[in-house]
Ligand binder design. Structure first.
Ligand code: 4NP
Length: 158
């Protein structure tokens, strides 16, 4: 199973999603073979580490994002990854616009995996305050539970 998390800049939400889900897999399902990465739809921050506010907020939850570097979504991603999880509708639409219709089934919203959550989207925290970064992690942790449950279901069917 290969999963790509996608947001706009690949410095706040999607690297946080990558870190949260790596952490969940390492602690709860080390036996699952899952390849994970994250990418952005825009090129503003290519090569940069995650935003220092994302790094700090994740660190407080025991998650280290410091070695991640931003990259742009590439054409090959649409065939390589089984699941491409967008943080919001804008990212989702952009991914669909850039990919062949035959690959659209792979592209979904991250928060689909937490139907009970307060939000359908992971809101962009970039221009807001520290609370926004905590909210991003809260939402991602909720969605990560649903995503893990889905991977267990798929694994059981194999
Ligand atoms: P992200 O947040 O999409 O969660 O990485 C953003 C990062 C940078 C910008 C916007 C959102 N920006 O406009 O530079």
């Amino acid at each position: 199973m290969r999963i790509l998390f996608v947001c706009l800049g690949n410095i706040c939400r999607s690297p946080s999603a990558e870190g949260v889900f790596r952490h969940v897999l390492a602690s709860r399902a080390p036996e699952l073979q899952v390849e994970i990465d994250s990418a952005g739809t825009h090129d503003y921050h290519i090569g940069s580490p995650p935003d220092r506010r994302s790094i700090a907020a994740a660190k407080r939850r025991g998650i280290d994002l410091s070695s991640l570097r931003a990259r742009l979504v590439a054409a090959e991603d649409f065939t390589h990854y089984d699941l491409i999880l967008a943080m919001d509708d804008e990212n989702l639409q952009e991914l669909r616009r850039r990919s062949p219709a035959a690959q659209h089934h792979r592209i979904r919203l991250m928060m689909e995996f937490a139907p009970q959550a307060a939000s359908r989207h992971v809101p962009d925290p970039y221009y807001g305050g520290a609370q926004g970064f905590e909210e991003v992690l809260d939402l991602l942790e909720e969605a990560a539970e649903g995503l893990l449950a889905e991977l267990f279901r798929l694994d059981a069917k194999r």
